[in-house]
Structure formats: structure tokens, C-alpha cells
Design a protein. Structure first.
Length: 212
């Protein structure tokens, strides 16, 4: 057991608050680690470091920001087993990792709610897990039943090509999935006003519940 520091701008630094907190293992009440608490100066330093690491962020469009954050969530999803181990220890449950089927479901999901949704998913899965591995049944229903939409039709046979209307339906559905049901953002990405988007959603029977 050691004392954990703040990780800012690629290096470890002591928190400026001058305070620490003990992280407890709920299964036995033992202290896992002592962490230094961040102060206002640490928050300012972290924000400045993030801005310096990606200066283009302030000028990025909502669509570009959404794409970047979704990619970040996808990369975290590849470390879902590690997240499960962290949640396991915090919950005091002996979870060793993910079943192959559960891992596949997590990797195929688009994570419209981004990092927070992934965190909530892993907390829930560990809490519900009945065995040493998180199984598909432990995942939220929308992730268990998720099926990615496809936009492009890669075919050289003319009989396999689809009408333009079908291509539009698939693309609108894909955008709605990517933005987690956010109609304002979807309309902006598609270059439509909200009324036109609503008409297309109704016409194509597309229903995507907004992410919580």
C-alpha cells in the first residue's frame, strides 16, 4: 500500500490541498491506498494541460467533439476487463474479468453516452455478476440487444445495391445512434433543420432513445 498522487500533464504531482483520503476495501474494511486530494490549483493545472494537449478542441465542431469522445470511450471499452477488476475491488466482489461474449458486446456497442455510460455499465455489471466473470446477462439490456446499423453497401453486383432512399435511412439511423438520440446534434451533423429531421425519423420509423 502506498500513497497515490495526482496525475497531471503526464507526470505525478502531490495534491495542493494538503489533505489525503483512504480508499477502503468494502469486503474487509482494510485500507487499499491513501490518495492525495486535489485542490483548486490542481484543477486549473489539469484543465490547462488538457487544453495544451489538444488546442484544436476549442475550435472543433460538435460533430468532431462527439466523434473524438466516442473514440475515447471505445478505447476504454477495450480495457473493460481492467475496469471490471477495479469495480470488483471497490464493490468487494471476487470478479476476475469478462467472459468473451460480454467483452464482444462491450466492444461492438457505440457508447453514445461516452465514458460515463461505460462506467455506469461496469458498476452495474459487477454488482449483478453471480460468477467470477461478468457475463452477457449482467450487462444492461440495450447493450445485450445492441445491433450496429450499416450505412455503406459494398457490392459489385447491381442486384445487391439499394435505392438512395434506403442509403439515407441507414445514414440517418447511424447518425442518431452515434449521437445517442440527441436530435439537435443529429440535425446539425446531417445539415437539416429539426422539423425536416423529425419528418425523416417518422418516415423511416427510426426511434433512438436519448442517452441518460
Amino acid at each position: 500500500m502506498g500513497e497515490a498522487s495526482q496525475f497531471i500533464a503526464g507526470r505525478l504531482a502531490e495534491g495542493t490541498s494538503g489533505q489525503t483520503d483512504d480508499v477502503m476495501d468494502p469486503s474487509n474494511g482494510q485500507v487499499i491506498q491513501t490518495v492525495t486530494l486535489a485542490g483548486a490549483a490542481d484543477v486549473d493545472a489539469a484543465v490547462s494541460a488538457a487544453a495544451a494537449a489538444y488546442p484544436e478542441w476549442s475550435g472543433a465542431t460538435p460533430a468532431e467533439r462527439s466523434t473524438l469522445i466516442t473514440e475515447f470511450a471505445r478505447l476504454l471499452g477495450e480495457r473493460a476487463a481492467d475496469l471490471a477488476a477495479v469495480e470488483s475491488r471497490q464493490a468487494g466482489k471476487p470478479i476476475k474479468g469478462l467472459s468473451p461474449a460480454a467483452a464482444e458486446k462491450l466492444l461492438s456497442y457505440t457508447w453514445p453516452g461516452n465514458v460515463r455510460e461505460l462506467q455506469n455499465c461496469m458498476e452495474r455489471a459487477v454488482a449483478l455478476a453471480r460468477f467470477e466473470e461478468v457475463a452477457v446477462d449482467d450487462l444492461p439490456e440495450k447493450i445485450r440487444d445492441y445491433k450496429s446499423s450499416h450505412v455503406l453497401v459494398a457490392a459489385s453486383d447491381p442486384t445487391e445495391l439499394v435505392p438512395m432512399e434506403e442509403v439515407e435511412r441507414r445514414y440517418v439511423a447511424r447518425v442518431m445512434e452515434a449521437v445517442g438520440g440527441n436530435k439537435t446534434l443529429a440535425a446539425r451533423i446531417l445539415g437539416l433543420d429539426r422539423k425536416t429531421l423529425y419528418r425523416k425519423l417518422d418516415r423511416y420509423g427510426i426511434q433512438v432513445e436519448p442517452s441518460s
